[in-house]
Ligand binder design. Structure first.
Ligand SMILES: [Zn+2]
Length: 248
């Protein structure tokens, strides 16, 4: 399987979201990705100005979520992160010497100064706050889809994931929460996040939104009309909300 990227776009057939069986001319920078159901997967990237071969097109990886086979799209996400890591670590970040690949490891090493670089993974958290049977959903200002969803934010340097939950909740909606509980996680390759999802119980405070990040936020409980929220089977946000829909 050949995962050929141009930026955050994947090369697929025009008539069906399928990968090219062969890719000519073969770039010299194919990277091993793994094996899916007995098929060997490898990844590479092309320059921004690359043109898709006859019968193929470049499609945004994000747009293939929910379209491509679930197992295949998961490997595509992995392939993208590996290709992006390789593309952005061709030179040492400390002394600009071309890096070398370390055999047997997913590692780029500088032969001059010894700097090593592994694929970057940026943890982020998502939290659904519960208050009795109600849940807090918010519409984010900078979110491309106008869904109401759980609160989310990136872990900052030096922070535990629990501290991120409490900080982001307070920053985004001005509330205090307790009983933070793990729900699940999902790799999110845009470009290299790992989303860790939680629930938490409301403890105190009145909703006061951060107007730089949140358009609106509110409690949705039994009898309320639920706003449009992310679909299941695409992101963990949809699963998290679906699992805690107000009953009654
Ligand atoms: Zn170096």
């Amino acid at each position: 399987m050949n995962f050929v990227f141009r930026g955050d776009e994947l090369l697929v057939r025009q008539d069906a979201a399928e990968l090219p069986a062969a890719f000519e001319p073969v770039p010299d920078a194919f990277l091993p990705v793994g094996v899916l159901e007995g098929r060997y997967a490898r990844a590479t990237w092309l320059a921004r100005e690359a043109v898709a071969p006859e019968g193929f097109e470049f499609r945004k990886l994000r747009s293939l979520f929910g379209v491509m086979d679930e197992g295949l799209v998961a490997v595509a996400g992995r392939a993208y992160q590996i290709a992006e890591w390789a593309r952005t670590h061709r030179f040492c970040g400390a002394c600009a010497t071309p890096t070398e690949r370390v055999a047997g490891e997913r590692c780029a090493r500088c032969p001059a100064c010894g700097m090593v670089a592994y694929p970057r993974i940026s943890p982020a958290m998502m939290v659904l706050i519960k208050k009795g049977e109600a849940v807090l959903l918010a519409r984010h200002l900078h979110h491309p889809a106008q869904f109401f969803t759980a609160l989310a934010g990136f872990v900052e340097a030096g922070e535990s994931i629990e501290e991120t939950v409490h900080r982001e909740v307070y920053e985004e909606v001005g509330l205090r929460v307790r009983d933070v509980a793990y729900f699940g996680s999902q790799p999110w390759p845009f470009p290299h996040s790992l989303m860790l999802a939680f629930t938490a119980e409301y403890e105190s405070g009145e909703i006061r939104v951060d107007e730089n990040e949140i358009a609106e936020a509110g409690w949705f409980g039994p009898g309320d009309v639920m706003p449009k929220y992310p679909p299941r089977g695409f992101s963990i946000a949809g699963e998290l909300i679906h699992a805690h829909l107000p009953r009654g």
